[in-house]
Design a protein around this ligand. Structure first.
Ligand code: AMP
Ligand code: MG
Length: 721
């Protein structure tokens, strides 16, 4: 198990250091950064009543605020209440007595202080909240090791620990806070004008290329921010914890299948070295959620990132022409009419002060970026270009690249109908709800460019002001500006960033080349490799229905110096086809082997060229350059891929285990897949090590590394989640 030890040695050293240097604390004692989002950005004008936190509120473009207070509410929506519960509230419906929604929701108000220990946030709840019965299904260890080194989760990672509450105080604290059973809040300090507590933010966006107005946070609620030397700034957010003012007509909840997909997907992407939001935990509860297919179990993912700000947040501050003049109202919602400001000659153009606030927050506080707005915009372009390029090289399809699903930090965010490529097809559409393939594999770089263009448009006034006048002041920079002034800034802004598109394309290409260079182990990657190695390889896969990731993994074991040995070459091509295809007819097998053999010759010629060999021999004093090359290739070409068949199977197994009240069983299944997804480069029986001494676990892991059944190849998911 060479790879297992190689891959795991490094993190465990870091862990030991950590254990020595950091004392762990429970979630409500995590240190908060000096600048928090709530103290830095303006709050939206919403009351603190329970209904103000739940009812759809659509804010006009002139709103400066970014966020609203929202306490999690993990319950049915529309609210369901039994006769017994009504009786408890002193209401007898048989006598025709009535109760207001506000009073029903008030039961969720966290008014009882349960813990007010010094050096942390207060823990609050209510009798009704405490009736919740959340169950922890998993905690993702990699995130604890890197992003949240200080977080004490008690025995949450012990799969055999009893699942009932009250067995481990630290684990209970975690589950209580993540589920919303208990709510965190700060004392109202002298220098603070708002209590620190859970919040949701407001963003708009373009969906499938069209302006779609206000979209979220529909079901994401952030609980707190923390910071540490190792993890840097981190925000902990739960997805699926109930209604927010930005939920539109939806329930704010998430079903088990979508949470499992996000929980595993984010960690799989991160393990491949692709920037992503990270998964901290997954929970379920007896609350059921209504979807097209009927009632489904609800679930919640806790996720972590330095920030969850998206391009859509910037569009909300300065929507274009379309956004300025169109508003969608939602049933039961309200339009937040702000008082007409006589000093606002821009007439709802957007909120330029808010635009600056948000830009400064992300640029200075989150990213600690030292340059101006233009250079920062180009940094955002670069980060997203790099991430997109890695998606392409790792055959990842996001599925819904709307501008509200593009992270300002270049993180892969919002895992919905995503998929990893199996049989290679550049036109593949992973999202069942995308009939025209706007977000197909090959379109991803263009669609991310569209999103970045939307960001650029939103930033134009700031970019132009900076170009014409220098640093944008913190307050009042756009005060008294006329529409003409803004147009002038916009024009200058356009000029300032006129070549961003070329920068983007160049970064995508460069990052793709570097990543392909690693996957094909070509240290002297050259222009002709784009065509002769990469494109021809992909065409070969496409022509013969061959699996993408499995092919690159097979290739990792190839010895280019032996390509002229007929028997070796033939048996290598045979093994390749056998391990990367399902149910091929024999004449197709022969054609595939022939194609592969021809390509192998070209590839081997490149890999054994004098320059290439020399580049590897530097690291191989014993002349074993091909062994070193294989190790390097296997460290970047995953043996395990989070395939659609496996996700579907995992969801089904977890669901069935939970129905049978086998929580431990459900946890074990999830933990195994998570472990595979977070250690994708190990060999898992590939070298025959299981054959000699097969354990059930080893055999199962080998199976999970398989291509799966034919009917799941190219399986599409829908957005419904
Ligand atoms: P998506 O395209 O999946 O990112 O969804 C667009 C927006 O719809 C998200 O940003 C959410 O705010 C919102 N949304 C999706 N599902 C729900 C839900 N069940 N409840 C409330 N909002 C939702
Ligand atoms: Mg989204």
């Amino acid at each position: 198990m060479l790879f297992r030890t190689a891959v795991r040695a490094a993190p465990s050293r870091t862990m030991t250091q950590l254990q020595q240097t950091t004392s762990k604390v429970r979630i409500h004692r995590l240190p908060r950064p000096q600048a928090t989002l709530q103290r830095t950005l303006k709050r939206l004008p919403l009351g603190d009543t329970p209904t103000a936190q739940r009812r759809s509120s659509v804010f006009p473009a002139s709103s400066r605020g970014v966020w609203a207070r929202v306490n999690p509410l993990w319950d049915h929506w529309p609210i369901q209440i039994s006769k017994e519960e009504l009786a408890e509230l002193g209401v007898d419906i048989d006598k025709g007595e009535q109760i207001s929604v506000e009073d029903v929701l008030k039961r969720w108000d966290p008014t009882d202080v349960l813990d007010d220990a010094e050096g942390g946030l207060k823990v609050l709840s209510s009798k009704h909240r405490l009736k919740q019965e959340p169950t922890l299904l998993g905690v993702a260890e990699p995130v604890l090791n890197t992003s949240l080194p200080q977080l004490d989760v008690g025995d949450a990672q012990d799969l055999n620990a009893p699942t009932e509450a009250g067995t481990s105080a630290a684990r209970d604290a975690l589950v209580d806070i993540l589920s919303g059973r208990k709510v965190l809040s700060s004392e109202l300090g002298a220098e603070e004008d708002v209590e620190y507590g859970p919040w949701s933010t407001r963003y708009t966006g373009h969906q499938f290329g069209q302006w779609a107005g206000q979209l979220g946070d529909g079901r994401a609620i952030s609980l707190l921010e923390t910071t540490s030397e190792l993890g840097g700034r981190q925000e902990i957010q739960v997805k699926g914890a109930g209604r927010t003012p930005f939920s539109r007509q939806a329930d704010g909840l998430a079903v088990l299948r979508s949470s499992v997909r996000e929980y595993l997907g984010a960690e799989a992407i991160a393990a491949l070295g692709i920037p992503s939001t990270r998964s901290l935990a997954i929970l379920t509860s007896p609350v059921e959620v209504a979807r097209e297919m009927g009632y489904e179990p609800s679930s919640l993912v806790a996720r972590v990132a330095p920030s969850f700000i998206r391009i859509g947040h910037f569009e909300a501050m300065n929507p274009g022409e379309a956004g300025r003049n169109s508003h969608t109202l939602f049933l039961g919602g309200r339009w937040q009419q702000e008082e007409k400001d006589e000093n606002d000659p821009l007439g709802g153009q957007g909120n330029l002060e808010g635009l600056r606030d948000l830009t400064a927050w992300v640029k200075d506080d989150v990213m600690k970026f030292e340059g101006g707005v233009k250079d920062w915009f180009l940094e955002v372009v670069k980060r997203n270009a790099e991430t997109t390029a890695l998606w392409q090289v790792y055959g990842f399809m996001h599925g819904v690249l709307n501008t509200d699903n593009i992270s300002i930090l270049g993180l892969t965010i919002d895992y919905g109908p995503y998929a990893f490529m199996d049989q290679f097809n550049p036109g593949h559409i992973c999202n069942h709800s995308d009939p025209t393939g706007l977000y197909s594999y090959k379109n991803q770089p263009n669609r991310v460019a569209f999103a970045l263009d939307s960001l650029g448009s939103a930033l134009l006034p700031l970019l132009g002001y900076e170009k014409l006048k220098g640093k944008v002041p913190a307050e009042g920079w756009a005060e008294g500006a006329s529409t003409d002034d803004v147009r002038k800034w916009e024009e200058a802004g356009l000029e300032a960033i006129n070549s961003w598109g070329e920068d983007y394309t160049r970064t995508v290409e460069l990052t793709e080349r570097e990543a392909w260079g690693r996957r094909f182990a070509l240290r002297t990657y050259q222009d002709s490799d784009d065509r002769d190695v990469v494109q021809d390889f992909l065409s070969l896969l496409r022509a013969h229905g061959v699996d993408f990731h499995a092919s690159l993994r097979e290739l990792s074991n190839f010895h280019p110096s032996r390509v002229d040995d007929d028997a070796y070459r033939r048996s290598f091509a045979q093994r390749w086809v056998a391990n990367t295809t399902i149910d091929l007819k024999s004449d197709s097998v022969m054609r595939a082997e022939e194609g592969i053999t021809a390509w192998l010759r070209v590839y081997a010629a490149r890999a054994t060229s004098a320059a290439e060999k020399a580049a590897w021999e530097k690291d191989a004093p014993d002349g074993e350059w091909e062994e070193i090359r294989t190790v390097a290739m296997r460290a970047v070409n995953p043996r395990f891929v989070l395939r659609q068949w496996l996700l579907e199977e995992t969801i089904k197994t977890v669901d069935e285990a939970l129905k049978a009240k086998d929580v431990t069983g459900a946890r074990k299944v999830l933990a195994r897949v998570l472990d595979l997804a977070t250690h994708p480069f190990e060999s898992y029986g590939e070298d025959g090590e299981c054959a000699a001494n097969p354990s059930d676990e080893g055999v199962e892991r080998m199976r999970l590394c398989g291509l799966g059944p034919q009917n799941f190849l190219g399986f599409q998911c829908s957005c419904s989640s």
